[in-house]
Ligand binder design. Structure first.
Ligand SMILES: Nc1ncnc2c1ncn2[C@@H]1O[C@H](COP(=O)(O)OP(=O)(O)OP(=O)(O)O)[C@@H](O)[C@H]1O
Length: 371
């Protein structure tokens, strides 16, 4: 009945109104869905990023709080040294043992009668900003702690150190027989006789100390400055490597010991364990020939260096002529020494890859007689 009252136009309007929603309204629903989805993704993403940032901040804060403090004054690793009296003993030091552009060695007698060797290093002139300076001091501190942990009969262990501002003093055991440099000088001046047995023992001890640094320490330690002045001799002439791993504290590395530095260090400043082996080769050459690698003889008529001279003699089958006259004697020992010359020549190869490792050299040198 109502239909009958409605005009055709109204009827049409009602049909349009009751018709299912028009296609123009569908995107509104979809957009809302996308918005919700986008909101969820954005919310969780920003929450995730915020959590990461917070974790980083907390981590840095914890790291900052746990930072190793930078020690000033004496840091002692040996029960034989009293920190309280160490500083005054160093200040009153008397006997100078050795001196180089990197610092000075003194013999110091402590209050309790214990004798130590103190290396007073040159002031660190880094001129760096305070923060960099601090991180450098922290790094040096960590490295000194590693050197204090070294425990091998053929290495000088750091017993203590004292830091005063940018100056470090390193304390080691005092070695009554001085260094191999001192000993070889006395040998050349006929004030000391060192037979092959002792020289061989010194060579074996040096390579064992080097093997400990190269293969037993993690990360491996390179010596960087292996030379007779850094090989100390105890009462039985057993050698101990001194100044191990002090590269960061030495401001004049390489200048002093040019006769012992491997060629690649001059050419491309690349220092590896094989560069230490080259220095060992020169030391073995010094023990066998009794000559100083800086002897003018080598530049005048020895082919330019101890290594080239030894190689030339060995290739010509005349290695015996290179041996220290004071060593020549029994035939068995001569054979051992000639084998040692061959080993020295390989260690002095120009290419680092051609040199044996310290690990290979220990059995080669200890079993000379079996070759
Ligand atoms: N622990 C020690 N006991 C006894 N004498 C030592 C000891 N350490 C060093 N010496 C003496 O000091 C000398 C070395 O002095 P120093 O280290 O200043 O010279 P260097 O090794 O040529 O210098 P650098 O290594 O800084 O280039 C050795 O030859 C030795 O006589």
């Amino acid at each position: 009945r109502e239909t009958s009252k409605t005009s055709p136009l109204n009827h049409l309007n009602r049909i349009v109104a009751q018709a299912p929603s028009s296609p123009s309204k569908t995107p509104t629903f979809k957009t809302r869905g996308w918005r919700i989805l986008f909101g969820i993704i954005f919310g969780s993403l920003s929450g995730f990023i915020l959590a990461i940032c917070l974790a980083i901040v907390v981590r840095f804060f914890i790291q900052y709080m746990n930072r190793t403090p930078i020690f000033k004054g004496p840091v002692v690793f040996s029960p034989k040294i009293a920190p309280k009296t160490l500083q005054s003993a160093i200040d009153n030091e008397t006997q100078l043992l050795g001196s180089s552009p990197n610092g000075k060695y003194h013999r110091v007698v402590l209050d309790n009668g214990h004798v130590v060797a103190v290396k007073k290093l040159q002031r660190l002139e880094n001129g760096s900003p305070e923060t960099q300076n601090k991180s450098m001091k922290r790094q040096i501190q960590r490295e000194l702690e590693v050197l204090a942990q070294l425990s091998d009969p053929n290495l000088m262990t750091l017993r203590a150190y004292v830091r005063e501002s940018d100056r470090y003093s390193l304390i080691y055991d005092y070695m009554p027989n001085g260094s191999l440099e001192d000993a070889m000088m006395r040998v050349r001046e006929n004030q000391l006789q060192l037979g092959w047995e002792i020289r061989h023992r010194i060579a074996v001890g040096v390579i064992k100390g080097l093997r400990h640094l190269h293969f037993d320490c993690s990360p491996r330690i390179l010596h960087y400055d292996l030379k007779p002045a850094n090989i100390l001799l105890d009462e039985e002439f057993e050698p101990r490597l001194g100044d191990c791993g002090l590269a960061k504290l030495m401001t004049n590395m390489g200048e002093v010991a040019s006769g012992y530095v491997a060629p690649e260090c001059f050419q491309n400043c690349r220092y590896t364990d094989k560069s230490d082996i080259f220095s060992f080769g020169v030391i073995l050459g010094v023990l066998l020939t009794g000559r100083d690698p800086l002897d003018p003889f080598f530049s005048e008529s020895g082919g330019g260096s101890l290594g080239r001279w030894l190689r030339h003699l060995q290739q010509a089958g005349e290695a015996r002529q290179g041996l220290d006259k004071a060593l020549l004697g029994e035939e068995v020992e001569d054979d051992e020494m000639l084998m040692a010359v061959r080993i020295a020549v390989v260690c002095l190869s120009d290419l680092p890859a051609d040199r044996p490792s310290s690990d290979e050299l220990v059995p080669m040198l200890t079993q000379l007689h079996s070759f």
